[in-house]
Design a protein around this ligand. Structure first.
Ligand SMILES: Nc1ncnc2c1ncn2[C@@H]1O[C@H](COP(=O)(O)OP(=O)(O)O)[C@@H](O)[C@H]1O
Ligand SMILES: Cc1ncsc1CCOP(=O)(O)O
Ligand SMILES: [Mg+2]
Length: 269
């Protein structure tokens, strides 16, 4: 994928400044709001049953994150998701901890069945579980997934008819036909709670401003990963890394992204 095309996706976010509506968890909600701002979009976090549909309908993308889910929150997600679907607004689902408990797995299956999910973004364990490919999840962390990760991502995309973003040391993005591998990032990103959730927010911002969900998701992963690389170069540990990550996302230059995006096409059977 042409690196200038990736940089152009970042420019599109910054010129569109889309509203990204989140129904998300209480652990990383503030980080997701701020990474959305640093990406060039505008966050709103709104989960009340009474307003979820109205807020989703005015957004450019809807991010659903089941990190600290409740039955009431799932109902809000369904109301917001149906409103988003009616308006052609992309929904990004982060299946946090799918596979760890029956409640989480069942909530994901229900959301995937009742809504048209544009992008399913999870770690390898979560995507492996949902793909039925033997993923394992401990709490909210990936405990691995058997097999070729690119092939699992592609199979999951075909199973649910969605774009899949599978995060990890390398990120795999697939619509079941086209599959890409993004190598940008740094191991410090795995030592900070919220980087997966923040990936979903960045994917949402790019989806709202883009025209091809595979291209926008690849660009989102490359941009966030590049910000992680730049932040790691100046950090002394996970928490100074966190501060630098927001600054580097806000200051990321299109030219730097074009020069350092690490994106390859993956062959999947
Ligand atoms: N070892 C690693 N090297 C580089 N980037 C990583 C590494 N582990 C995770 N990341 C990045 O951190 C972010 C979160 O990924 P991940 O840890 O898989 O999600 P989660 O926090 O949901 O488990 C992604 O942007 C991913 O690319
Ligand atoms: C620790 C934790 N528990 C419920 S949600 C959450 C944050 C998960 O964030 P991420 O998936 O980005 O690591
Ligand atoms: Mg996660």
């Amino acid at each position: 994928m042409d690196s200038q095309k990736i940089a152009d996706e970042l420019s599109a976010v910054r010129s569109c400044h889309p509203l990204v509506h989140h129904i998300t968890n209480t652990v990383t909600i503030n980080d997701c709001a701020n990474i959305t701002l640093c990406t060039g979009a505008a966050p709103v976090m709104a989960a009340a049953l009474e307003e979820a549909g109205e807020m989703a309908a005015m957004a450019g993308a809807l991010v659903l994150n089941i990190g600290t889910l409740s039955s009431a929150q799932v109902e809000s997600m369904l109301i917001a998701g149906k409103a988003a679907n009616a308006c052609g607004i992309p929904i990004i689902l982060d299946p946090v901890g799918a596979g760890a408990t029956a409640m989480r797995t069942e909530a994901c299956e229900r959301l995937l069945a009742e809504l048209n999910i544009a992008v399913l973004k999870g770690n390898a364990g979560e995507i492996g579980v949902l793909a039925g490919a033997g993923g394992e999840v401990r709490g909210v962390d990936s405990a691995g997934c058997a097999g070729d990760l690119a092939a699992v991502a592609a199979a999951c995309a075909r199973k649910y008819g969605t774009v899949v973003v599978m995060t990890g040391p390398e990120d795999y993005i697939s619509d079941g036909e086209r599959t890409f591998v993004v190598g940008n990032g740094n191991p410090l990103m795995a030592r900070l709670s919220g980087t997966g959730c923040m990936t979903a927010s960045v994917v949402g911002a790019f989806a709202a401003a883009g025209t091809d969900l595979v291209v926008s998701s690849v660009a989102a992963c490359a941009a966030f990963g590049r910000a992680g690389e730049r932040a790691a170069a100046q950090a002394r540990g996970p928490y100074s890394f966190r501060t630098a990550l927001f600054d580097e996302m806000a200051n990321l230059m299109e030219e730097d992204l074009a020069a350092h995006a690490d994106v390859k096409k993956a062959d999947t059977i």
